[in-house]
Design a protein around this ligand. Structure first.
Ligand code: AMP
Ligand code: GLY
Length: 421
């Protein structure tokens, strides 16, 4: 069987790493992949949004199943196009991916589903949006409606900051068309949590949780990033919480999507805030998270290939999908200066040693002309430590984070610090 994974980050390396353990021995392909995926898959140099080229490659390489990592190809309609071409693909349709691609659509579905959402209002007019901000006061959250590479959200502590965020998005067009419409929300306070399920559009698999760290520096200082690390499961997660979140936040939304005739098939990612009044939904994503995939896939007891096929075949309800009790801690290594401008092409060493303690999942890595491993753009890799105890998982991750060397290497030292020994 030939399986293609779309994407080039550590999330996609994690998907391929998990597929490589399948007893069914699939032949693996990555688009475009990275230097790490090249070790277990054939990398095909195609852009993830070049749908025509992707369909061509799936035919040429006789791909039996495609799994999509990032959101952009999903919102661009890769699933619809592949299905039209008679190709098997795992992920939501373009209509269903709007749950991530349009924050106003997502809030509407949550409201119609009766799922716990903060108070919100949607604006296409900057004047009306400003007036609403003044009437509500701060703190308040301003969101560009469309995809903005994780940069379209401002949690404003003051009214002036909120008004500025409205103007940046709607007048200054900081996010292009994505910010022509904004969603303004009540600010939720609490502990953030990501949960993931596999779904066939009807049945929701047992949820698996993870927590991630978004700011670049220790103590949640500095700018937001694509994710600097995380852990799974949180020590306070239990069966009652799983059930409450599944029954209030996830299942009603899956039912509502089906009712609206855009059933969601794939991985649904719930970003939640655990508040004093219970769990509230911050947002939904239409895919696995990064770095969360790197934390949860090592904990999946089943063969990922079986799980994906069960979701596509509608046999997920009879599958015993299970997650191990083992803990995982992921630390993301980035080039100095990230998420701002940073140098690339720096020689990476120490992987063999690091690999003894942790799973090494590449992201921005490349092979130079001479065949040495060097840094590419953006985040470099995630090192994932595992252990029966969180403290052991954490220790393994940090031994590996130190063992990998490249000029300018930066990582947070406080990932899962509650488990520090
Ligand atoms: P998003 O791009 O939707 O993931 O939002 C980025 C971050 O903004 C989230 O991870 C939260 O930390 C924060 N955020 C988004 N919406 C809210 C909200 N309504 N209340 C408080 N924080 C929020
Ligand atoms: N963990 C954030 C994301 O995948 O969007």
């Amino acid at each position: 069987m030939r399986v293609l994974v779309v994407g080039s980050g550590a999330r996609e390396h994690a998907i391929l790493w998990k597929l490589a353990q399948s007893p069914r021995n699939p032949e693996l392909f990555a688009v475009p992949g990275n230097a790490g995926t090249a070790g277990i898959a054939t990398n095909l140099p195609i852009a993830v949004t070049d749908l025509d080229a992707l369909i061509g490659a799936a035919g040429e390489y006789r791909i039996d199943l495609t799994i999509v990592g990032p959101e952009l190809p999903l919102t661009a309609g890769i699933v619809d196009r592949f299905r039209e071409a008679g190709l098997r693909i795992f992920g939501p349709t373009q209509a269903a991916a709007r749950i991530e691609g349009s924050k106003s659509f997502a809030r509407g579905v949550m409201r119609d589903a009766g799922a716990p959402t903060p108070a919100f209002a949607v604006f296409d007019d900057a004047g009306a949006a400003r007036e609403y901000v003044r009437s509500q006061g701060a703190p308040i959250v301003i969101k560009a409606d469309g995809l903005a590479a994780g940069k379209g959200v401002v949690v404003a502590q003051g009214v002036d900051e909120a008004l500025e965020a409205v103007d940046d998005a709607m007048v200054g067009r900081a996010f292009g068309a994505s910010g022509e419409r904004v969603v303004i929300e009540q600010c939720l306070v609490g502990q953030e949590l990501s949960v993931f399920c596999f779904t066939d559009g009807e049945y929701v698999s047992p949820l698996v949780p993870a927590c991630d760290y978004k700011r670049v520096f220790d103590g949640d200082q500095g700018p937001n990033t694509g994710g600097m690390g995380g852990y799974s499961p949180p020590p306070w997660w239990d069966a009652a919480m799983e059930r409450q979140i599944r029954e209030t936040c996830i299942e009603p939304v899956i039912r509502e999507m089906a009712r609206q005739r855009s059933p969601f098939t794939g991985v649904l990612y719930g970003g939640l805030m655990l508040t004093d009044e219970g769990p509230f939904i911050i947002e939904f994503n239409a895919r696995l998270g990064d770095p969360e995939a790197q934390l949860i896939l090592p904990r999946m007891k089943n063969d990922l290939l079986d799980v994906v096929e069960a979701a596509l075949d509608g046999t997920l309800p009879s599958m015993d999908l299970r997650w191990s009790d083992e803990c995982a801690v992921g630390v993301v290594l980035v080039p100095g200066g990230y998420p701002g401008a940073h140098e690339t092409g720096k020689r990476i060493e120490g992987l063999l040693e690091a690999g003894r303690d942790a799973v090494i999942l590449h992201a921005g890595t490349a092979l130079s002309d001479g065949g040495t491993l060097v840094t590419g753009g953006s985040r470099t890799m995630t090192v994932v430590g595992r252990g029966v105890k969180m403290a052991d998982a954490r220790a393994h991750a940090y031994v590996a984070a130190e063992a990998v060397t490249f000029e300018g290497k930066h990582y947070r030292t406080d990932i899962a610090s509650f488990a520090a020994v």
